[in-house]
Design a binder for this molecule. Sequence first.
Ligand code: DOR
Ligand code: ZN
Length: 336
Amino acid sequence: MVDEIVIDSPLDMHAHLRQDEMLRLVAPLTSRSWAGVMAMPNLSPIVDSPAAAVAYRAAILEAAKEGSDEPFEAYTTLYFQTHYTRDFLADAKPHILSIKFYPRGMTTNSSHGCDPADPGVYDVLASMEELGIPLSVHPEAEGYYHDREELFGKFVRDWVRRFPKLKVILEHLSDRHSVALLDLPNVHATITPQHLMTTGNDWFGPPFNPHLYCMPCVKRPEDRDALLQACFSDHPAKIMAGTDSAPHTEDRKVACGCAGVFSAPIAIQLYAQVFASAGKENMLQAFLSDNARRIYGITPPKRTVRLVREPFAIPSSYGNVIPMWAGGTLEWSIKA
Ligand code: DOR
Ligand code: ZN
């Protein structure tokens, strides 16, 4: 049995770090263990210009200093808008890693999102393909809540057929039907810890657990198993760690039913637990870093994280945010 795992420069390719007070709480909890993070643009106001992306990166790096003296990088993405022109995207390209498509109304702060059936989407995708800007997608379409990701598949197939050179990243993959989309040459994915470790019964209850409630929702055991198989055998080179760590204050989570699982401080240990319990520790480096470097063409800051098989007690809260599995115990700890 392996008792120690060393990871070079772990990268979280999908996380919500928020703004202001929440950013000051979450950025240090992220930089403590990760070498880099892709920060989602569903802020208020949304990140929809190169200047906003540059300012957001600076704010993250400033706040992250509290967490660690080790090198840390924040990658940014713009919130997809149909009015983006080719020239605008050419100016934005040096400052961002991707453009994030939010289907309108499908998740937190998605009121500025787009209708995936809007023909105006094609012009932007054509420019992105030409300029080599990847598309990150929240792949959920309107429909019964459990079927939303499957229903989005037709848009992915249409976009990939029209724009064969466009690199597409399906974020927080959750549904066994979507795994087949990874057969398409330029389609990649991120997967969260909760989608690999829990099923719908864990959030739905009873009792309902708001801290495991997210969009897309965690689904059936068959979906979780298909995602594990995709990571370990079907598409191991195409899938990256992307926690979708999404903090909401405890009062808003409970009173307003906000979707999001907060996992930033414990996600490396959670992923280690998934891979080690399947005897796939040797695949963790690719999942946590190498695939992202290759898919996005990035060289993250050099940093080493050492995991040891020692119980770690998950705090009951971080500030006013309740983490995934609060008060529980993890099998792996991070050692300095
Ligand atoms: O559960 C989620 N929370 N899913 C998302 O797509 C957004 C996120 C958030 O920003 O809270
Ligand atoms: Zn997200």
